[in-house]
Design a binder for this molecule. Structure first.
Ligand SMILES: *Cc1c(COP(=O)(O)O)cnc(C)c1O
Length: 362
């Protein structure tokens, strides 16, 4: 979270001021979600996000709950039947480039006829298979990708163009850890989803952006609160939305506007990632195994020459105020997350510490 946003939220917690600074006598957590105050907060968050991410008018923005993992079930329940014969399970195809897309494939198997179109498991998830090699079925309703694998640090630098690959399937993108870090190629996307907690705001809010023509195909068993058409028809207020998380995300969207928008964030994110990868690649102690063309700007895993140095590295880092560097347990080593709220000075402090640690352990 940007510190500026936390300070603002703290000052508004007990008595929320409207755009003219007029206090209303209650905090956001105390408002009715249908009252005029919260309605204005929600509408402002949505319109700011639409302009920030340049979401075209024929896409709906939905504020939901359940996180990225719930979407692994909600997406197939809503979309698997898009191109299915009546009475048959729809076909859903997956490109598996790390833990998150692997989880999506497994969950979708409960609701649809799944198929592995491509996988980089053989390389230990350090690469993205060339889209020309993907085996997409002709009848697939959608193709799922994870545009940034948060654990393995593998990122699509451009989204695949399914039309150019000869497929009419919709592209579904899990952009939980990529959203708002760079512009989005909406012309290639049918639906994108992401938990807010990586780059948009606090946990509890899930963002879904869906092309209108994909609505209205949900399975009969799909819970009404998770039916995109129902949620869209009710302006994300079919049931009580996560009001405080929406408010906080709205403050983050305002902050992003003040930074110069997504294009400015992208420039900043490129500099941050470049500084860290350069430090890793020029050292004899650290390494990152991901292929250069798909290294993530948001999550940079790296390994020390020997696991035996990990504890010393982490405790020295903590003493220097550098926190949350331990890698995911499935991968080991270290992981740095460079989300929008992390300033370049934070990366420079990490690089300085890494260089000093290397000198001490040469
Ligand atoms: C964190 C993450 C998720 C899981 O999100 P939850 O909100 O914990 O369900 C899914 N996909 C990706 C790419 C993630 O980074």
């Amino acid at each position: 979270m940007p510190e500026e946003v936390l300070v603002q939220a703290a000052s508004e917690m007990l008595d929320w001021p409207d755009a003219n600074g007029k206090r209303c006598g209650m905090g956001v957590m105390e408002m009715s979600h249908r009252g005029k105050e919260f309605t204005s907060i929600c509408a402002h968050a949505e319109s700011t996000l639409r302009s920030l991410l340049a979401v075209p008018a024929h896409f709906k923005i939905l504020f939901m709950q359940g996180g990225g993992l719930a979407e692994n079930a909600i997406v197939p329940m809503n979309l698997n039947a898009l191109r299915a014969q009546p009475g048959q399970r729809g076909q859903t195809d997956f490109v598996v480039t790390g833990s998150w897309s692997q989880k999506s494939l497994q969950e979708a198997g409960k609701y649809s006829d799944t198929h592995l179109a491509a996988s980089s498991q053989a390389s230990g998830f350090t690469d993205i298979p060339d889209p020309a090699s993907w085996e997409i079925r002709q009848g697939a309703s959608y193709v799922h990708i994870c545009s940034n694998e948060t654990i393995h640090g593998v990122e699509f630098q451009a989204l695949p163009d399914l039309k150019a690959l000869g497929s009419d399937a919709a592209l579904v993108v899990d952009f939980s850890s990529q959203v708002a870090s760079r512009p989005v190629e909406w012309s290639r996307i049918g639906l994108a989803f992401g938990g807010a907690q990586k780059n948009l705001g606090p946990a509890g809010l899930t963002l879904v952006v869906v092309r209108e023509d994909l609505l209205g195909h949900a399975m009969a068993i799909c819970p009404s609160a998770f039916n995109y058409q129902t949620v869209a028809a009710n302006g994300s207020m079919y049931n009580t939305p996560p009001t405080y998380a929406i408010y906080m995300a709205g403050l983050v969207f305002d902050w992003l506007q003040r930074q110069g928008g997504i294009a400015a964030m992208e420039v900043q994110n490129i500099s941050k990632a470049r500084a860290l990868y350069q430090a890793i690649d020029s050292s004899g102690l650290y390494s990152n195994p991901v292929a250069a063309h798909c290294r993530s700007r948001m999550n940079v895993p790296f390994f020390l020459r020997t696991e035996a140095l990990n504890d010393a590295f982490l405790s020295g880092a903590a003493a220097a105020g550098l926190l949350q560097l331990k890698g995911h347990k499935s991968v080991g080593g270290m992981r740095t997350s460079l989300y929008n709220a992390m300033p370049l000075t934070g990366v420079q402090a990490l690089v300085a510490y890494m260089q000093e640690f290397e000198r001490r352990h040469a």
